[in-house]
Write a protein that binds this ligand. Structure first.
Ligand SMILES: NC(=O)c1ccc[n+]([C@@H]2O[C@H](COP(=O)([O-])OP(=O)(O)OC[C@H]3O[C@@H](n4cnc5c(N)ncnc54)[C@H](OP(=O)(O)O)[C@@H]3O)[C@@H](O)[C@H]2O)c1
Length: 248
């Protein structure tokens, strides 16, 4: 019971990495709060958590939605111990296809959404609290068609250092969790036809030391480490869970 009675606020908790983390955190004794923008996925995730999670319908591109989600969590539990700022998505866009609206939307979801999740949640966090930000292998290596997502992820890696320094005096740790290629619904949403996706997957697998995609549950275990007191002396860091993709 590494998170006994802790309150864990998880954005992007309705699918993939966030949902696996939510299940694991609940098994470890946490009260789980799931934030997602799709009602059906939110309901399905709630059922997967035995009806015991607080489900909040919110679009983290909107600061007012984040404020409402934090306020609802505070009203229910009084405080937050763990923030997993994990929501994220994109579509593939090569250099010539990137538009002003595309940049704005990617920044709103993958950068501002993360920043304002931390800004709004921090005041209700307790000493000893932990904030985890999902970054990406894309902040380390270049991958065609994902320039804006990669830039937002590098920016969130930077946030972890600065906000880690700002929150350290309050005993709140801030760390990044950097997944490699993980088998989640993320890829089905990037706007590529199946045949192209298969080729991309084969290419990434070949570049990955362990020669396979990771499972969301493997990333969730790393999130548990960062969420719990097991990582009590770790802050400002990035934990890489990528089968060696960015290491060799
Ligand atoms: N899978 C990978 O290979 C990989 C690699 C590196 C980094 N990552 C990062 O890992 C994180 C989780 O991704 P995943 O792989 O688990 O993908 P996923 O299964 O597609 O999950 C994405 C989550 O983000 C939520 N989300 C998307 N837009 C949102 C919005 N506007 N407001 C609130 N929530 C929103 C989704 O919920 P709703 O759609 O219901 O809102 C969903 O719960 C992302 O930050 C992603 O960039 C993934």
């Amino acid at each position: 019971m590494k998170l006994n009675n802790k309150v864990a606020f998880i954005t992007g908790g309705t699918s993939g990495i966030g949902l696996e983390a939510a299940k694991l955190f609940q098994l470890e004794g946490a009260h789980v709060v799931l934030v997602g923008s799709n009602q059906d996925r939110l309901a399905a995730a709630g059922a997967a958590l035995n009806g015991k999670a607080l489900l909040i319908h919110a679009d983290i591109r909107k600061v007012a939605d984040i404020e409402r989600a934090v306020a609802e969590t505070k009203a229910t539990y009084g405080h937050i111990d763990v923030v997993f700022a994990n929501a994220g998505a994109t579509t593939v866009a090569p250099l010539e296809a990137v538009t002003e609206a595309y940049v704005a939307d990617n920044l709103a979801l993958n950068f501002s959404g993360t920043f304002f999740t931390i800004q709004k949640a921090a005041p209700v966090m307790t000493e000893g609290g932990s904030i985890i930000v999902t970054t990406s292998f894309l902040n380390t290596i270049g991958y065609p068609g994902l320039s804006i997502l990669a830039a937002t992820k590098a920016a969130t890696r930077s946030l972890v250092r600065t906000l880690g320094a700002e929150l350290a005096p309050r005993g709140i740790r801030v760390n990044a969790l950097s997944p490699g290629a993980i088998a989640t619904p993320f890829y089905s949403k990037v706007g590529l036809p199946d045949a192209v996706l298969q080729e991309v997957a084969a290419g990434i697998t070949a570049k990955t030391g362990l020669k396979r995609f990771g499972e969301a549950a493997e990333v969730a275990k790393a999130a548990l480490f960062l969420a719990s007191d097991d990582s009590s002396y770790t802050t400002g860091a990035e934990l890489v869970v990528d089968g060696g993709l960015t290491q060799f």
